[in-house]
Design a protein around this ligand. Sequence first.
Ligand code: MSP
Length: 474
Amino acid sequence: MNNRFYVTTPIYYVNDKPHIGHLCTTLAADVLARFYRREYGKNNVFFITGVDEHGAKITEAAKKENKSPKKYCDGLAKDFQKNWDRLNLSYDYFFRTTDSRHKKIVSKILKKLYKHNLIYKGTYKGLYCIGCEKFLTEQDLVNGKCPLHPNREPVYQNEKNYFFRLNKYEKQIKTALKNGDYKIFPPNKKHEILSKLELRLNDISISRAEVPWGIPIPWDKKQTIYVWVEALFNYYTATQFLKGKSQFWPADLHIVGKEISWFHNVIWEALLMAAKLPLPKKIFVHSFYISGGKKMSKSLGNVISPDDLINKFGLDGTRYLILSTFPYSKDSDITLEFLVEKYNSDLANGLGNLVQRTARLCEKKNYLKLHSVIKKLSLEKSSLLYSRLNNLEFNYVLEKIWKLVKKADTLIDREKVWNLPDKKAQKVLNQVINYILGIAVDLEPFLPETAEKIEKIFTAQEIKAPSKPLFPRI
Ligand code: MSP
């Protein structure tokens, strides 16, 4: 059994501040990293996230602010990191593609591919979407535009580029995927890739002649490496330039949104095959947060920012709301009204109220620890639970935990603890506290701060209700 876990998020473009689309992926990785740290130990887990800094899109954004690309990236990379820190995201390393160590490794790999004739010079003629940093085919277009960037005109390109022989790997990729050498989840995303692979796999352009903000092609400094190619390599290069991390490659899990599935499930594997490197074990492709039927994205101006949520719902309130609406297989259309409702019912009236009323009853009934409480996971660690968690079905796991909240609440109501004489009340309370402490352990990867607070309250010699409820009603 492999007792190590390496999880990654996409590295985000630094052309704007993060929104909840970025947050949901990073938070998903965070929950799994926290869960596996508990299982395998801190040093056996590696979780990276970061930013994608090169390319036309960033050059354009920097220009708008009258800054050099590097200065612009320095500012936004810091913003991203600050946001993630504010959300208590436990990444082990924050990746930046402007890191010279990354550049060096990518250049070396590309040189090797060139030497082995896996890269050749050709001419690229066609459309390009700067928003996606992606070459477009006729089939990609909706009303002549990129469907993810309907406000932008695709640009026509006709330039000499270097091409990667992607076609050479067509059969090998199909076989690897069918044999499970790498896995794509959920299954419908795997089928999507397999059916796309039935069409001819064309070679792809992997350099740009007109985009100076990037890593130069090592043998032709007039060109830079196509931003997607170098970005994909971040998952690997981090394990190579950071001390003591090389054993983490191949990654156990890449979590990505569905719009970048092709890059992660075909192009990435072909590049690794060409470089003779092991393939990642699993790629999880999640759906989108949408708003009014459209993908939530900065360019469409319909985003909810993590800050909006934290200011309203607090840190763990935000984590809960994102995780319980995580679009693991279907797009999730959320509105602020819906989130307020969910917050009030599950957190303010649910868990928060249970904690508050139990602690208050302990005060009233002169509860002193009768038996020592046992700190243990209350959810059964069944293989089903593991698979749900590994399939990012957080809502399923959270619902299970909330069943325990209900159970504890029902126990208090059924026994009418407030009417019982002290001794009898204390006995029931002891049982309730055991439930609550179990819930806290289960909750730790999801809501670490709340779990800690609950544990502190109920393991104290004298239990006191917190002066402010854990989740004030909105
Ligand atoms: N830089 C590339 C990724 C390179 S990885 C080698 C990129 N960056 S991005 O800033 O556009 O981020 C894309 C990722 O953000 C998606 O794959 C997804 O993880 C997340 N999301 C962005 N908008 C989203 C939603 N509306 N809903 C859910 N997640 C989405 O692509």
